[in-house]
Design a protein around this ligand. Structure first.
Ligand code: SAM
Ligand code: ZN
Length: 407
């Protein structure tokens, strides 16, 4: 059984994030050697994940404006900073359950909750995350589960989805196993995520879609549908916020949202197709006699990545107190809002297109202006500053680039 622990840990330092101060192990001391916090820290805390936590606070608050939130669970809590921020920065009567396998994390998280007077709203248990999710959720299912592991969240997905309120719950997932997800180890991606990853300009989008694809398959296995409310790709990780509910009819329909993405690295033509249409479409290269260096990723999620209403509420909540969040959060939300209606088009990186066609690179905004003047839809993307999403074919973009550079 999972139990509450008492032990004594010294050497904690005070840090602050958002509107919350907290204690954790000395980050600077454990960052010195490798330039980033190591997993063998006495209690794990990574300040570079602040944007992840900032947006998690905002998305959860936006979600709570329309959905019940009585109890959340963070089964891999570390210092407890994430849960502490939810309790401290989001108004409401909700409670939390935290867990970690590391006794020193448990002690630190308990201290942090106590310091803020939250021990009546949150409980901290010592043990294994999967056992906690499956045992502690009996009779009082969670309205939100936040999985923030070292590496991949996949081992926790089945237990997390089963622990959610079947009437609807929010699942937050962080993944840091980027070499598998981004095409360095496609076999590992197939093993863990049920789909091949590949190297492509939009490889981080493929990573998000592989994570969503795996989440769909495990949700579907449990008779649930999924609805991505928002996604994030930055630094060395990806993150997704997904509404999950028991709904077999919707889940059956969502089979159409599982598919493949193909890219020709030579002519940069990309194509998205549902698994149900497999084999029915011919891949059309965008230059004559294309050497056809074609890459393929999937099966993965080819459906929406954002929910426009949740995103709108998230933006408004950010505007209430922008100083509380990292300065990049505003721009990220702006870019997410811009790209949300065009996510069915994998983004094109202007530098990659120019490299493929041996052209110098004009300004992205000049290309965008011409595309709009020609009646195409176009947006920036939060994934990459040098990329665009557009319904224009690559050959049109190439022809615009040639005009702009006077070729
Ligand atoms: C990335 S850290 C969590 C960071 C924290 N969520 C935050 O936002 O700062 C992952 C945590 O999972 C804990 N952990 C690893 N395996 C576990 C398991 N099987 N059950 C419970 N906790 C585990 C580690 O001790 C570590 O504290
Ligand atoms: Zn081609």
């Amino acid at each position: 059984m999972l139990k509450q622990l008492a032990c004594n840990m010294t050497g904690l330092k005070e840090y602050s994030e958002g509107r919350t101060t907290f204690l954790t192990a000395d980050v600077e001391e454990h960052t010195a050697e490798k330039g980033q916090p190591t997993t063998d820290m006495p209690v794990f805390y990574n300040p570079r994940m602040r944007i992840n936590r900032d947006l998690s606070v905002l998305f959860l608050r936006a979600y709570m404006e329309k959905n019940d939130m009585k109890l959340f669970c963070e089964p891999l809590a570390g210092s407890g900073v994430r849960s502490l921020r939810y309790l401290n920065e989001i108004p409401g009567e909700f409670n939390g359950l935290l867990c970690d396998v590391n006794p020193m994390a448990i002690e630190t998280a308990t201290k942090n909750l106590d310091k803020h007077g939250f021990l009546d709203r949150a409980q901290v248990l010592h043990g294994d995350a999967k056992i906690l999710l499956l045992t502690e959720s009996r009779g009082k299912r969670f309205d939100f589960v936040d999985i923030d592991p070292f590496g991949s969240p996949v081992p926790y997905l089945n237990a997390a989805i089963q622990s959610l309120n079947p009437r609807g719950g929010l699942l937050g997932l962080t993944a840091t196993d980027m070499p598998a997800l981004c095409g360095v180890y496609p076999r590992v991606a197939l093993r863990k995520y049920g789909g091949l990853s590949t190297r492509a300009p939009f490889t981080h989008e493929l990573a998000v879609r592989l994570l969503l694809g795996r989440t769909y398959s495990i949700a579907a296995m449990n008779g649930c549908s999924i609805k991505p409310l928002g996604i994030l790709s930055t630094d060395h990780y990806i993150r997704a916020w997904i509404h999950i509910e028991s709904n077999k009819t919707e889940s059956n329909k969502q089979v159409d949202s599982i598919g493949m993405i193909r890219l020709c690295r030579s002519c940069q033509h990309a194509e998205v197709y549902s698994l149900r249409q497999s084999g029915s479409s011919e891949f059309l290269h965008e230059q004559e006699n294309c050497p056809a260096d074609t890459a393929i990723a999937g099966p993965l999620w080819i459906g929406d990545l954002y929910d426009s209403k949740t995103l709108e509420r998230t933006v408004k909540l950010h505007e209430l107190d922008p100083e509380a969040y990292h300065k990049r959060v505003r721009e990220l939300l702006e870019l997410m809002t811009e790209e949300q209606t065009l996510v069915r088009f994998p983004f094109m990186d202007i530098h990659d297109v120019c490299d493929a066609y041996n052209l110098p690179s004009p300004k992205r905004s000049d290309i965008t202006d011409v595309l709009i003047a020609k009646g195409y839809q176009v947006s920036r993307t939060h994934f990459r500053p040098t990329a665009i999403r557009t319904d224009a074919p690559v050959r049109e973009v190439v022809s615009i680039i040639k005009d702009l550079i006077g070729e």
